[in-house]
Design a protein around this ligand. Structure first.
Ligand code: NAP
Length: 343
C-alpha cells in the first residue's frame, strides 16, 4: 500500500476570479465504505474549468472554497471497506457525471459533477466513489488519461453512443478545441469523412495530420455552411459537432443534411440563440443536447481507443505549482489539451 500523509496541497477557489485560486494545505480526505482515495497523477483543463473560475458557469452551484478541475487520473492508494471495483495500485480516471452509470440520465446529474459542485482533482489526493471511477487504458500515461473524462467522452457520446456513426458518413467538426480534436480522431478511426472548420490555417494542417480530409477557414469563408454543402455534393454533413453555439446554430442546420444529426455541445459564442425554426422543420434536423456521457460509454470508448491506439493530443504539461499559468494558457487557446502534472 502506498503511503499517504495527513495533510496535502490543494488548489482552492475562494471567490470567482483566477486571482482567488490559491495553493493551500488541507486534510487528506478519508474514504467512506465505498470510496477510493487516489494519488492524483495529472489533471487536464476543460473550458468548463475556466468558466467555473470566472463565475460564468452556473455560479449559484459553485461551493467555496472549491478544489477545482473535474478531470483527473491517478493511482488508488486506499479503499473503503466495501469497495469491490478497484484495488490499491489500480490506475483510474474520474468520471464527470459521477452518478450516471448507464441508460437515461436522471434530472439531477449536474449536482454530482467533479470539479463543481463536488471537489475536483487539482490536489495531491482525490476521493472518488468506486462507481465514479474508470480504469485507465494501460497504454496511456496519467497525463494522457486525464484528458479523457470530458473532452474525449463528449465527442464519443455524440458521434457513437447517440450518433451511431458509420464508416463512410461525413462529420463536420467545428474548431480545433479539446472536444473537436478527439472528434477528429474518433471519426477518422471509425472510417468517417471529416471536415473541420478552423480560424487558423496552421491548425488546419495539424487537423489534417490527425485525419481530417477537408478544412474550411471560417474566418476567410464566412459562409462555411455553403462550403460544407459543396463538399458533400449538395447534401450536407451527416453529423455535426456544435461547440460554438449562439447564432451559429442556424448555419449548422444548413450545413447538415436532411434528417442529419447536430450534437449540441458548446456555447463558445453564447448560451442563447435565435433559432430559425423553418429550416429545422423542413430539413427534419435532429438536434441532440449533449451532457458528456455515462460511465458505460466511457468504458466502451476506452476499449475502442486501445484498439485503434488513439493517443490524446496534449499541447502543454504544466507543473502543479504553475496551475494558474495553465489556466491562462487555456484562455489564450491551444492545439490539444492543457495538462497539469500533480505527482
Ligand atoms: N455539453 C457537454 O457535454 C460539453 C462537454 C465539453 C465541452 N463543452 C463545451 O464545448 C465547447 C468547447 O469546449 P472545448 O473544451 O473543446 O473548448 P476549447 O478547447 O477551448 O476550444 C476552443 C476552440 O473552439 C473553436 N472556435 C471558437 N469559436 C469558433 C467559431 N466561431 N467557429 C468554429 N470554431 C470556433 C476554436 O478553434 P480554432 O482555434 O481552430 O478556430 C477554438 O480553438 C465549450 O463551450 C464547452 O463548455 C460541452
Amino acid at each position: 500500500m502506498l503511503e499517504k500523509s495527513i495533510a496535502m496541497k490543494a488548489w482552492q477557489l475562494h471567490a470567482f476570479g483566477l486571482e482567488n485560486l490559491t495553493l493551500d494545505e488541507v486534510a487528506v480526505p478519508t474514504p467512506g465504505p465505498n470510496d477510493i482515495l487516489i494519488k492524483v497523477g495529472a489533471v487536464s483543463l476543460n473550458f468548463r474549468d475556466k468558466a467555473i473560475v470566472d463565475g460564468i458557469y452556473e455560479p449559484e452551484m459553485i461551493p467555496k472554497p472549491l478544489i477545482p478541475v473535474s478531470d483527473a487520473a491517478g493511482t488508488v492508494v486506499e479503499i473503503g471497506a466495501n469497495v469491490t471495483r478497484f484495488k490499491v495500485g489500480d490506475r483510474v480516471t474520474s468520471h464527470l457525471y459521477s452518478k450516471w452509470i448507464d441508460g437515461q440520465p436522471a434530472p439531477n446529474e449536474p449536482d454530482f459533477c467533479f470539479g463543481a459542485p463536488l471537489p475536483g482533482g487539482l490536489a495531491q489526493y482525490m476521493l472518488i466513489h468506486e462507481e465514479s471511477a474508470v480504469n485507465v487504458p494501460s497504454y496511456l500515461t496519467d497525463e494522457e488519461a486525464s484528458t479523457l473524462p470530458i473532452a474525449a467522452l463528449t465527442a464519443w457520446f455524440s458521434l457513437v453512443t447517440y450518433g451511431n456513426l458509420k464508416a463512410g458518413e461525413t462529420v463536420l467538426i467545428q474548431g480545433t478545441g479539446g472536444v473537436s480534436i478527439f472528434g477528429i480522431q474518433i471519426a477518422n478511426a471509425l472510417g468517417a469523412k471529416v471536415i473541420v472548420t478552423t480560424s487558423s490555417d496552421q491548425k488546419g494542417i495539424k487537423a489534417r495530420e490527425l485525419g481530417a480530409q477537408e478544412i474550411i477557414n471560417y474566418v476567410k469563408t464566412a459562409d462555411w455552411a455553403a462550403e460544407v454543402t459543396k463538399l458533400t455534393n449538395g447534401q450536407g454533413a451527416d453529423h455535426l459537432l456544435e461547440v460554438v453555439g449562439g447564432e451559429g446554430l442556424n448555419h449548422s442546420v444548413l450545413a447538415t443534411r436532411v434528417g442529419g444529426h447536430i450534437s449540441l455541445i458548446g456555447f463558445l459564442t453564447g448560451q442563447k440563440t435565435n433559432l430559425d425554426l423553418m429550416p429545422v422543420i423542413f430539413r427534419q434536423t435532429n438536434i441532440q443536447g449533449i451532457a458528456v456521457g455515462h460511465r458505460a460509454a466511457f468504458e466502451e470508448m476506452n476499449k475502442a481507443f486501445a484498439q485503434h491506439h488513439i493517443k490524446p493530443v496534449i499541447d502543454t504539461i504544466y507543473n502543479f505549482e504553475d496551475a494558474v499559468k495553465a489556466y491562462e494558457h487555456l484562455d489564450r487557446g491551444a492545439f490539444g489539451k492543457i495538462v497539469i502534472r500533480v505527482s
